[in-house]
Structures are given as structure tokens and as C-alpha cells.
Design a protein around this ligand. Structure first.
Ligand code: BG6
Length: 485
């Protein structure tokens, strides 16, 4: 019988703008996600942009970009429209209840992101916003009450809107300085209470205004912004190690698996190139240097990096301690496929979710092995889960057997990677332990949670929380730990 050690970290993960809400409370400044409308699988989310002549334009935004803003336009919040991040699922007021429910399942870790504009409303204040710090302190108090470790994401695909609008976000090295001031504040205030930190979320996958604060989402802007984020991450790691001895730093990548569509050499070669589009980011951050193939990758995209003397030394000194990733699905590529980091072509051997995400548990085992073979650093699975439509039965229960199937198969694959293949894995935090707003579509009906939140796509509902069938199932898995699978 397979069983994990008692030290293994079991938990859940959220991002502030998908869960917190309270967008104008506690002195919080506007964040780049606050302009994003709701959408659906067929209707991309968008920003409404006010043009200099007073007219409005629409800038479509997509999970993985592009979401450029039209020249001269400013994104705008219309008071009568629904913006999912403004209320989200109101974790801001429900955190005690949510943490108690998660603790009731046996979680010993909780991954959450800090909203940068709660701490520095415009990103540039000389002193932090005390009410913002206090909110997260209360979250940490609650976690400590139940013996749950925090895993803090410093930057989850968003930044203060002011930094985006004034400096073009991560296009500017000024944003690095602001980020480091923000990190210093977090480390000073929460350093004694948090061991695990993630400097950035999925930086291989996100581009454009909402995630990187850049007006454009083209390759030149994207790879330059990424270079600045690499420098920021490396300096945060150094600062964190100095200020918090024993702290462990990772960053998070979207590493859903890719397979060659056939064994034709061209398809296999193209698969290697596509995989390198993600390795590029993890290689720089985990190894502390650009890989040899970076020159060719950038040349093919017509990108010239704006580097400065001293950058290489910074990257080298701030390599990550562990490598973490999200894993939801897999795809295939052939020699001619269009590919955007996680989304390639379908795989005829795999079923898909209603959102077209193929379900591939073995791919998780494969991915864990690939990552460990490549970096030889501990790994942490910080997002995984099934977005599905749930039905509340007449008696109020939610019989989500499909979610149990997904989680069981992926957790078994994870345990095989750990116990058979020997991959050192610090923990597993499933995405959205309680239902939250979907990043890609802004919907509520794409539910990941083992805890149901009563809210619909338009933001209506009581926000009441109810454990689903999968909650009780997960509780047994964690108690065993893993043996009940
Ligand atoms: C990850 C993000 O890419 O995928 C999360 O880090 C996101 O923020 C998750 O929610 C699932 O994507 P979606 O679009 O189903 O919410």
C-alpha cells in the first residue's frame, strides 16, 4: 500500500483577485485585474478603454494574451457594470470560515497571493498601507490557529494599476524597485511566520496588461518584461534569504504536458522547441542563467533583450530553491502546430472537460519526472484540479464524483512519481479549494472547489459555503495520508 509521509504538505491555492473581493476596502488601490469584465469560453473577457477623444474601445483579454490596449486609451471602470474581481467570492470577509473549513479537511498548507495594491496602493508610496498588512496578518493568525503553513505568492499575474498606467508595468526597471520595496515589507512583517514563498505565478504563460501591466503583448514587450521579472525574482530571493534565514523560494510555471502528435522526427523536434518556450523561464530562474537555446528562441521572435551590465550576476545569485508548477491538462503538437505554452492540439486518447481541457493524470507523473530530472531541486505542485459545472441537489448536496475521479487519478499519479520514481515533492495544493472566479473566463460556473460557494456568473448569490461530496473524500485521503486512494 502506498502512503505519503506525515510531513507532506496537503492544501489548496487561491489568487487574491479571484477570491478576495473587497476591492475598495482597507485602502486597497486599483489592481490591473479590476478592469476585466466577465466572459465565457466563447466570449473573451475584455477591458473597456476610454480613448483621448472621449469614445470607448474594447480591448479583448485572454488567459494567455494578447491583451494590448489601444494607443492612448485608459482602461476604465463603469460603476454599473459587473467586474468579477471587485467582489470575487468575498474571501476578504469570509476568510475565517474558509480557513476553518479547509482545516476541517486536514489541510496543513494554504497557498494565497498578496494583493500588491493592498500593501502599496499605487506601488510607489514611501510607506505601506497598514490596513492591507493587517488583513494578511489576520489571515496568518487564522492559519496558525489550525497549524496550517502559509505558502505566499508575492505576484500572481497582477500589479497596482498605477504602475501599469504610469510606467508600462514590467516593461520598466522602475517596477523592479517598487517590487523589491513591496517584498521587503512582506519579509519584514511576515518573514517569521512564512517559510515558503513564490516570487511570481506562471510567468511563462502570462502577458499583456492584466498580468504584466504592459500596454502591448507582443514578443518584444513580453520577453523584455520577463527579463525584468527575472531580475526582480532573483533580487527578492537574495533579499529573502538575507532577511529570513531558512526561507525557501520558488516561482510557479504553467507546465501542463506536451506530446509530439506522432513519432515523425519533425513533430518530436517541434515538441522540444515548444517545451523550451516554458523551460526558458524556469531555466533562467532555477539555474540562474539564460540557457544556450535562448539566443535562437529570441532571434526567431525578432526580440532584442534590453540587458545591462551586472544582470547576469544578479540572476546567478538569486536562483530558486525549489521549482513549482501548475498542472491541469496536456496537449499535442506537430511540426506545424500553433502553440501558446499550454494549449496545443487535442489528443485523441484523452477525454476533455466542458472547457476543452484534456484530462491526463499520467502526464502529471511525466511532468514531475521531467522537472526533477532537469533541475534536481525539490518540486511543489501548487495548482491542479478540475473546473466543472456542479449541480446542487434538492437536498442541498453536491455529488461531484467527476471531481473525485479527477483528483484521485492525479493524486495516484503524483504518489507514483514520489514513491516509485523517487521525485522529491514538498506538497500539493489543489486549485480553488472553495469555488472562485475563473481567471480565463471570469465565470463562477467553472468550479474547482471541494467547497461550494453560492454565487453565479453575474455575482448573485448568498456566498454561503457548503462542503461537496469531494470534501469528505479528500479528508479521508489526507488523513491516510494517500493510502485511501
Ligand atoms: C492558473 C492560474 O493558470 O490556472 C490561476 O494560476 C487560474 O489563477 C487557474 O485560475 C485555472 O484557470 P481558470 O481559467 O480555469 O481559472
Amino acid at each position: 500500500m502506498m502512503k505519503l509521509s506525515k510531513e507532506f504538505l496537503w492544501g489548496g491555492a487561491i489568487a487574491d483577485f479571484q477570491a478576495e473581493g473587497g476591492y475598495q476596502e482597507g485602502g486597497r488601490g486599483l489592481s490591473t485585474h479590476d478592469f476585466e469584465s466577465a466572459g465565457s469560453v466563447d466570449h473573451p473577457r475584455c477591458n473597456t478603454v476610454l480613448m483621448p477623444d472621449g469614445s470607448c474601445a474594447t480591448a479583448k483579454s485572454h488567459f494567455f494574451g494578447p491583451d494590448s490596449l489601444p494607443e492612448g486609451g485608459q482602461p476604465f471602470v463603469f460603476p454599473d457594470r459587473y467586474y468579477p474581481s471587485h467582489k470575487a467570492v468575498d474571501f476578504y470577509h469570509h476568510y475565517k470560515e474558509d480557513i476553518a473549513l479547509m482545516a476541517g479537511m486536514g489541510y496543513n498548507v494554504f497557498r494565497f497571493s498578496i494583493c500588491w495594491s493592498r500593501i502599496y496602493p499605487t506601488g510607489e508610496e514611501a510607506t505601506p498601507n497598514e490596513a492591507g498588512l493587517r488583513f494578511y496578518e489576520q489571515v496568518l493568525d487564522e492559519l496558525e490557529k489550525y497549524g496550517m503553513e502559509p505558502l505566499i505568492t508575492i505576484h500572481h499575474d497582477e500589479l497596482p494599476a498605477a504602475l501599469a498606467l504610469r510606467y508600462d508595468g514590467w516593461s520598466s526597471r522602475h517596477t523592479i524597485d517598487c517590487y523589491l520595496r513591496y517584498c521587503r515589507t512582506l519579509f519584514e512583517r511576515f518573514g517569521k511566520r512564512c517559510r515558503y514563498w513564490l516570487t511570481f505565478n506562471e510567468i511563462n504563460a502570462v502577458r499583456g496588461f492584466a498580468a504584466c501591466g504592459t500596454r502591448k503583448a507582443d514578443d518584444q514587450t513580453h520577453y523584455n518584461a520577463a527579463h525584468n521579472m527575472f531580475l526582480a525574482s532573483a533580487q527578492a530571493v537574495q533579499l529573502g534569504h538575507e532577511m529570513m534565514p531558512g526561507s525557501q523560494f520558488g516561482a510557479m510555471y504553467a507546465l501542463s504536458e506536451i506530446y509530439p502528435a506522432t513519432c515523425k522526427q519533425e513533430d518530436v523536434f517541434r515538441r522540444m522547441q515548444c517545451r523550451r518556450e516554458s523551460w526558458y523561464f524556469a531555466d533562467v530562474m532555477a539555474r540562474g542563467a539564460y540557457p544556450a537555446y535562448a539566443a535562437d528562441l529570441l532571434r526567431r521572435r525578432g526580440v532584442t533583450l534590453h540587458t545591462e551590465p551586472g544582470d547576469d550576476a544578479i540572476l546567478k545569485a538569486g536562483a530558486l530553491d525549489f521549482v513549482s508548477f501548475s498542472y491541469y491538462r496536456s496537449c499535442t503538437v506537430n511540426a506545424h502546430s500553433k502553440f501558446n505554452v499550454v494549449g496545443g492540439d487535442a489528443n485523441p486518447y484523452l477525454p476533455s472537460t466542458p472547457w476543452g481541457w484534456p484530462i491526463d493524470p499520467l502526464g502529471l507523473r511525466y511532468c514531475m519526472n521531467e522537472v526533477y530530472d532537469r533541475y534536481q531541486k525539490p518540486i511543489f505542485i501548487v495548482e491542479n484540479g478540475l473546473g466543472a459545472i456542479d449541480k446542487v441537489e434538492a437536498d442541498g448536496t453536491i455529488q461531484d464524483d467527476y471531481r473525485i475521479d479527477y483528483l484521485r487519478d492525479h493524486l495516484r499519479a503524483m504518489m507514483e512519481a514520489i514513491l516509485i520514481d523517487g521525485v522529491p515533492c514538498l506538497g500539493y495544493t489543489m486549485w480553488g479549494p472553495f469555488d472562485l472566479v475563473s481567471l480565463s473566463t471570469g465565470e463562477m460556473k467553472k468550479r474547482y472547489g471541494v467547497i461550494y460557494v453560492d454565487m453565479d456568473d453575474a455575482g448573485n448569490g448568498t456566498l454561503a459555503r457548503h462542503p461537496k461530496k469531494s470534501y469528505y473524500w479528500m479528508k479521508e485521503v489526507i488523513a491516510s495520508p494517500g493510502e485511501s486512494l
